[in-house]
Design a protein. Structure first.
Length: 260
């Protein structure tokens, strides 16, 4: 299927690896030019070169902390303030229990996983509206629909972003801009490996055993891949997805047990 987005320009955040890279790769395969952002220069340069060499698209990279005001300013300056597609993504806050967290912990989570994507939406969506076309995909979490006790900071911050998107997406849709959220379950990424390691340490088992135990909770019987996650992101960014507005789409292998 031709997704009709060849020649568009996308900003993909936290794109040097994991789900962000999966999204960048799928967009590059459709002929989308990219600006990739991540914090660490080396892996980011390697990711950008790989996509450039493989797909022949233009790929800029900006190594900066997108959750900081200065980092966002650097990224937006490199874009020239214009993008057709925005993929919001940032690492989640650390796990723990509700008794562990102070006000500063919640502020950090909200800054990274709610206010940062909102700031980028506010910066880039007005231009999309003026041009009559735009796509925003926010990578959130299945925890928005089924809260995960040890990820309370993430539960709270990502739920806040979800509420913002629910209202905002319906205000901009008539101008050709579609905003949606992708809710990953367990995927084979560094984040999942870190959570497996934490669960293993707590239970006194190996990380592989912890992963195997978690895989049994997924009807698909496995972790997802960054490639299949990226494919769904690319579809939501396509010209075929203009009637999908303000939705929260699970990619969780069936783990969230819900009718709707």
């Amino acid at each position: 299927m031709d997704l009709g987005i060849s020649g568009k320009k996308a900003l993909v955040c936290a794109a040097s690896k994991g789900l962000g890279f999966g999204c960048a790769q799928a967009l590059a395969a459709e002929g989308v030019d990219l600006l990739l952002n991540a914090r660490t220069p080396g892996p980011l340069r390697q990711a950008a070169k790989g996509l450039r060499d493989r797909f022949g698209v233009t790929v800029q990279e900006v190594a900066a902390d997108i959750t900081s005001e200065s980092g966002r300013a650097e990224v937006l300056a490199a874009l020239g303030g214009k993008a057709d597609i925005l993929v919001n993504n940032a690492g989640g806050p650390p796990p723990g229990m509700w008794t562990d967290w102070a006000r500063e912990d919640f502020i950090g989570a909200v800054d990274g996983n709610m206010l940062t994507p909102i700031a980028l939406i506010q910066a880039l969506v007005p231009g999309m509206m003026e041009r009559g076309w735009g796509r925003v995909v926010n990578i959130t979490s299945m925890a928005v629909k089924a809260p995960i006790p040890v990820l309370g900071l993430s539960n709270a911050a990502r739920a806040g972003l979800t509420g913002f998107v629910a209202g905002t997406s319906r205000q901009v849709a008539a101008k050709g801009v579609s905003i949606n959220n992708l809710l990953p379950g367990l995927h084979a990424t560094d984040r999942a490996a870190a959570l497996d390691a934490g669960a293993a340490q707590a239970a006194g088992i190996t990380p592989q055993k912890a992963r195997s135990q978690r895989e049994t909770t997924i009807p698909a019987g496995r972790y997802g891949t960054a490639e299949e996650f990226g494919a769904m992101c690319a579809f939501l960014c396509s010209d075929k997805a203009g009637f999908i507005i303000g939705q929260n789409i699970l990619l969780d292998g069936g783990q969230v047990n819900a009718t709707l």
